[in-house]
Each structure stands twice: as C-alpha cells, then as structure tokens.
Ligand binder design. Structure first.
Ligand SMILES: Cc1ncc(COP(=O)(O)O)c(C=O)c1O
Length: 363
C-alpha cells in the first residue's frame, strides 16, 4: 500500500468580530501536480476562500469601509450597483453586516444561483428586461442605475468599472499579501480580467517589490477589453463588453485570450490534479498558463489568483449537458485537444472534435 503523508494542523486563528473581518488572509498554494515536470513554479492565491466566495469581497469591503470612514457613506446610504455576479454577492454580504440598503441591478442573464444568493442576503433586486441596441443589457443596466441614482434617497453608486477604490482594494489586499507570502521574486503575474481592478491592484503592488515582473492578462475570446472584436461568450466573471474606465493597457505586458471550452477544461484539470473546485475564470487562467509555459524560461516563478469557487458553476462548467451544448455551439473550433498524450481521467475534447465527458483521453 502506498504511503500518504498527512499535514499537521496549524494553530487556530483568533476570533473575528464579524464576517467582514474574515475577508482576506487567503492562502497561496503551489500547484505542484498540474505543472509537474514543467520546470516552472506556479503559485495560486486562493481568493475563492473569501467568505462571500470570491475576490470581489475585497472591493466590496474596501469601498464601503472607505466610504464610511470618509462620510460619503453613512447609516442612511442606499448602495446601488449593476452586477450579476460576485461583486453583487460581496456587496450584499457587506450591506447586510453594516445594515445598509443595497439595490443590485441585474439582467435576465444572471444565474439562478447568484440571484438567489443576493436575495438571501436581503438585497433588493432590480431586473432590467429590455435588451440594448447591441442585443445585450449593458446599456440598459447603466441607464437603470442612472435612474435609480436620481430617484433613490441617499443613493451611492459603487461603479466598479470606474472607481479607483476598486484597484486599491486589491493593491492593499491580496497584492500586499502576495508580496509577503511569496518565496522568491515573481517573474510572471497572471490574472483574469473584467473591470481590470484586480490585475491593476495586484500588479501595482507586486511591481514595487519585483520591478521585472511580467504582467499577463487572461481575457475571454469575445471580450473587447484589449480591442478585439465583441463576440458571444458564456462564462461570467471574465471579459467585458466595454473597456473599463479604470483600465490602463500600458501596465499589461501581454494578453492571452481563452475561449469558454478551454476554460471548462482548465477547471476540470484544476479539480482533477489539485483538488481545487474553482469557478470559470480560474479555468481560463490554467488554460492561459498552459499556453505560456512553452515560451517562458524554466525555473520561472508564476503567481496567479484564483478568483472564485466552483459551487456557483454546477449548472454550467460542471454540468455535462451545458458543456455538451457549448461544444455543439463552438464545434467549428478544433483547437481544444488535450495538452499532452498521457492518458488521464478528466473531461476532454479530442482532436477528432468530440466531447467525451469523464474518461481517459484517447489521443
Ligand atoms: C470570477 C471572476 N474572475 C475574474 C474577474 C475579473 O476581475 P476584475 O473585475 O477585477 O478584472 C471577476 C470579476 O467580477 C470575477 O467575478
């Protein structure tokens, strides 16, 4: 029988005053198995371990506490934000804890799970239903926010795409923690992007400590952030249909675009090899690192951030039928083969262009 080594337990943490105090201090984990034999070291900051389930707990907390300290937010404030995802959940959790009103402007594309979680925290849901001229809901949601700002007493807009406090939350948060936790100079920082707040915050802090770091953004195929054409994309969290006001492209050294199917595969690999059950953009990151490994020097130290947990993706990334439908939609794309010839049991798209579900690869 092969031996299994068991880790000693660490001492318990001190008592927190509220769930708000549990934001942050997330672990940095070496992805030893996934990138075994690659020669590079990949360290992943598990921002998914924040209490609301994602890295968006950081800006939710930071923006609200900054506002409370400066007086921009007080007990009568009614927070407004357009978000269908993790920031909505983070804000709903913070609003509940601080006793603030929060209205979350969402559209019909929000997942049932996210809608339910935001409601459970007691936030108001304001659902827009009219698509804009592009067929999406972005403009309609922004218009609705503007209306609410005029008609809601003591309204305060969080404005994640343009709020400088968004990147600062990540600069003082996970960015600082990464610099403290890492075991040597960081050569590459690889992050998924949407508002770009997190990549800007992390990279500004990391560059202070390691000026030679290369910052690599992972964006979705179909996102317009880096000037590529808009297109259909299914995974929430990663990508954007407009360029965020916060974004400063000159701070990004490279961008890797990843499609939905590659992201699904990355998620399955993360689960299979590392036992990490993560959301869609974490899979995008794994796919992107796979793409850059052949081009970077051996012995590089790569740091990444895994933004959220897999639970909210049980109906998508981890659902057979959903993946099958996605595959059918994208069936003209034959770039989705396995990365190597080793037979492994994970979800797999063969070079012959068929989805196999779990099982051994047949390359
Ligand atoms: C799961 C997930 N990954 C990545 C991102 C991108 O982060 P940012 O908006 O800071 O660019 C988000 C943002 O909502 C997210 O929810």
């Amino acid at each position: 029988m092969s031996k299994v080594s068991i880790r000693a337990m660490d001492s318990v943490r001190e008592i927190a005053d509220s769930i708000v105090d549990c934001v942050g201090q997330t672990p940095l984990v070496r992805l030893n198995r996934l990138f075994a034999n690659s020669g590079i070291s990949v360290l992943a900051k598990l921002e998914m371990m924040n209490p609301g389930g994602s890295m968006k707990d950081r800006p939710a907390r930071y923006i609200i506490e900054h506002g409370l300290r400066s007086g921009v937010i007080n007990a009568d404030t009614h927070l407004i934000e357009s978000t269908s995802g993790n920031l909505g959940i983070g804000l709903a959790m913070m609003a509940k804890t601080y006793g603030l009103q929060f209205t979350c402007v969402v559209d019909p594309k929000i997942t049932k799970t996210n809608l339910e979680i935001i409601k459970q925290f007691g936030a108001n849901i304001d659902m827009v239903t009219e698509p804009d001229e592009q067929g999406g809901y972005l403009k309609t949601r922004i218009n609705r926010v503007q209306e609410l700002l005029k008609t809601t007493p003591n309204a305060h807009w969080i404005n994640q795409y343009g709020n400088e406090l968004n990147w600062k939350a990540h600069y003082y948060g996970a960015g600082s923690e990464i610099v403290e936790q890492v075991d040597g100079p960081i050569d590459y920082l690889v992050c998924a992007v949407s508002t770009t707040g997190s990549i800007l915050g992390f990279s500004r802090k990391v560059r202070e400590a390691f000026p030679n770091v290369k910052v690599i953004a992972v964006d979705a195929v179909g996102s317009v952030i880096f000037g590529t054409p808009a297109g259909p994309r299914e995974l929430p969290g990663i990508g954007a249909s407009r360029v965020p006001e916060l974004f400063t492209p000159q701070e990004i050294d490279e961008v890797v675009h990843v499609n939905d199917m590659e992201s699904v595969k990355g998620c399955r690999e993360l689960l299979e090899y590392e036992g990490i059950f993560a959301g869609g953009s974490s899979g995008s990151i794994i796919a992107a690192i796979r793409k850059i490994v052949p081009a970077i020097p051996k012995s590089s130290r790569v740091v990444t951030v895994l933004p959220d947990r897999g639970d909210r993706y049980l109906d998508t990334v981890y659902n057979e039928e959903w993946v099958e439908r996605l595959y059918m939609k994208n069936s003209q794309d034959h770039t989705l083969g396995a990365f190597n010839n080793e037979p492994r049991s994970f979800y797999f798209i063969s070079e012959q262009g068929r989805y196999h579900g779990t099982g051994r690869s047949i390359l």
